[in-house]
Design a binder for this molecule. Structure first.
Ligand SMILES: [Mg+2]
Length: 121
């Protein structure tokens, strides 16, 4: 099973709790995908540092540039959060994510549209 986790507003709120939960999930063979709206440009250093500091292991970390190509010209709006939400949800669908855990309504709304199960925290 594959589970997706957002960082800002999600993992960063209760890192010790998520660290424990994720370690247990991995013991049972669950694949962990970190999917963040952070940009590679300014976010990769901080993200790697935080994952190490918080002891959150994962199978893959996706930053915005890794999935924004799932957007089509029709998806473009003036709201970046809506765009990130749509792109994240499509990545989840492509990866076969069983559950996406995210704090942003724009993401969970898009997950609903794409048929991806989600947990809003
Ligand atoms: Mg978030």
């Amino acid at each position: 099973m594959k589970i997706g986790f957002d960082i800002d507003g999600t993992l960063e709120r209760f890192p010790a709790l998520y660290s424990l939960v994720i370690k247990v999930l991995r013991v049972f063979g669950t694949q962990i995908f970190i999917i963040t709206g952070r940009s590679r440009l300014d976010g990769i250093g901080l993200t790697n540092f935080q994952m190490q500091k918080w002891e959150i292991p994962s199978d893959h970390i996706f930053l915005r540039e890794d999935y924004q190509n799932f957007l089509t010209p029709n998806d473009y709006t003036h709201n970046l959060d809506i765009q990130i939400g749509i792109a994240k949800a499509r990545l989840c669908k492509k990866l076969g994510i069983a559950l996406m855990i995210d704090d942003m309504e724009e993401v969970t709304n898009a997950c609903k549209s794409e048929g991806v199960r989600y947990l809003k925290v």
